[in-house]
Design a protein around this ligand. Structure first.
Ligand code: ADQ
Length: 457
């Protein structure tokens, strides 16, 4: 029996966090902001896990959205989410910067949970519905759903990089994953390179024919293309002009001792983000006297993330050791060059931090897009502020006017951070104007519209 939703989002998580018994709050983040209005307009539904293991919940309404919880057991969280998604796929898709774990038990759980999501979507979708599946945790869902419901139109978007064949081929279940994605009518990637990697792999591994963006799968055509995700430029641009944000930004600078340069990093605490590399570069600049004591402060905000996965536990220890060393060796009484905060902040505080920072340092070793870079740009209507950006972030494809770096090159990183700190106001405003033009025209709303237009064409 088909369901009643003509538009469905399927994602690992529902777009809400629990704030009390049966009380929910919309989760922060661009995806929710972009998709919530589409859902509300189209009477759609969102299928996802609600965040608590071993709990079954009935579908409920929140904020004009129909939400359909998918249950996960404690063990499935461990094997499917922390395991196959975050200890196998995440490192493999990010250039194997950590060693992926290949385990049949993790794969079995991944397949089982993907099947459950596909069944939930099949039950909720109205005849000929549009279903948009999100991200690496659910790559088998498109094919599973197509088997159950050949009538629906299926889109898939991968938020993280899609790796080159040399790496992807390591995966013992590479055929199954490619076939899973090929269940979709449209497979979206952050960069054209991701789409090209995928198309080449379909030819090489599955022997499929293709032309440009189209792959021929039996009697169907699957399109694979890039749709670079973005942020809500307009919302940030308005928010950051509000007096309480401006005042808070000034207060932050004062609390830091009004240094000449405030450098800022904002990331989930993840080994792909290059936090250690940027701290090393900053520490060396202090040690070799390129930055005078008290001249600059580095604020590193690191959101707690995946705290039960082993690599993340090790990363936290190593970053905290590094911060302690730099402050111990280069600091003075009452004056620490690195301010490290292992905490989450709300939109207002993040906006104030962006406004307070002279140099935003975004140095991932590999990143699907990196929204922090685009958020920073959205907040700098004053045309001040410098963006130091890794060439390995998806965002580098669009944000050509940033100060580009290779985060593996410590000397290059040091040089570029200094160049950004010493840049003239004229140079900064010229760069920022062009960066803002890009993010303003290609915002998150446009991203969702473009993807859905291509899916429904
Ligand atoms: P992430 O790896 O999480 O996303 P990113 O794109 O930078 O990386 O998004 C992080 C988001 O979390 C930003 O909106 C940021 O403001 C917020 N955030 C970070 N630190 C925070 C803190 N301390 N407190 C509160 N909020 C914080 C994945 C991919 C990316 C891709 C996005 C979207 O890895 O490459 O850009 O999905 O597709």
């Amino acid at each position: 029996m088909p369901g009643t939703s003509s538009f469905l989002i399927v994602a690992n998580r529902l777009p809400v966090d629990r704030v009390g018994e049966d009380m929910w709050r919309r989760s922060p983040g661009g995806l929710v902001t972009a998709i919530a209005p589409v859902l509300q307009r189209r009477e759609g539904a969102w299928i996802g896990w609600h965040g608590a293991p071993d709990e079954r919940l009935d579908p409920f309404e929140h904020d004009g959205m129909h939400l359909i919880p998918v249950p996960l057991s404690e063990q499935e969280v461990e094997l499917y989410y922390e395991g196959f998604s975050n200890a196998t796929l995440w490192p493999l898709y990010h250039d194997v910067v950590a060693t992926p774990v290949y385990s049949r038990a993790l794969w079995d759980a991944y397949r089982l949970v993907n099947e459950r999501f596909a069944r939930a979507a099949a039950e909720a979708a109205a005849p000929d519905a549009v279903v948009w599946v999100q991200d690496y945790q659910l790559q088998l869902v498109p094919a599973m759903l197509r088997r159950l419901r050949p009538d629906v139109r299926i889109g898939f978007f991968l938020h993280i990089p899609f790796p080159p064949g040399e790496l992807f081929q390591q995966l013992p279940w590479r055929r199954e994953l490619l076939e899973g994605l090929l269940g979709a009518d449209l497979v979206g990637f952050q960069r054209p390179g991701g789409a090209a990697n995928f198309i080449r792999l379909c030819r090489k591994t599955l022997g499929l024919q293709y032309q440009k963006h189209e792959i021929y799968v039996e009697d169907r055509v699957v399109r694979a293309e890039a749709f670079p995700i973005s942020v809500d430029f307009g919302e940030l641009d308005v928010l950051v002009r509000e007096p309480h944000i401006v005042a808070r930004a000034q207060e932050i600078r004062r609390d830091l001792g009004n240094p000449e340069h405030v450098l800022l990093g904002v990331d989930r605490l993840d080994y792909t983000k290059g936090i250690g590399q940027r701290l090393k570069a900053f520490g060396e600049l202090l040690a070799d006297g390129s930055i005078k004591p008290g001249e600059a402060v580095f604020v590193q905000i690191a959101t707690p993330s995946r705290e039960r996965v082993e690599e993340y536990i090790r990363l936290r220890d190593s970053i905290e050791l590094q911060v302690g060393r730099i402050n111990g060796e280069q600091g003075e009484l009452g004056q620490q060059p690195v301010q490290y905060l292992h905490q989450s902040y709300d939109r207002d505080e993040l906006a104030a931090l962006y406004l307070a920072a002279d140099v935003m340092v975004v140095t991932p070793l590999r990143d699907g897009m990196n929204l922090v870079a685009k958020e920073y740009i959205s907040c700098r209507h004053d045309l001040r502020g410098a963006l130091v950006l890794s060439e390995f972030a998806g965002a580098a494809e669009e944000l050509k006017q940033a100060f580009m770096v290779n985060p593996y090159d410590v000397d290059g990183l040091k040089r570029t951070m200094l160049t950004a700190m010493r840049a003239t106001p004229h140079d900064l405003s010229r760069r920022m104007r062009s960066l803002r033009r890009r993010v303003a025209t290609y915002d998150v709303d446009r991203w969702a519209q473009d993807f859905l237009a291509a899916l429904e064409a």
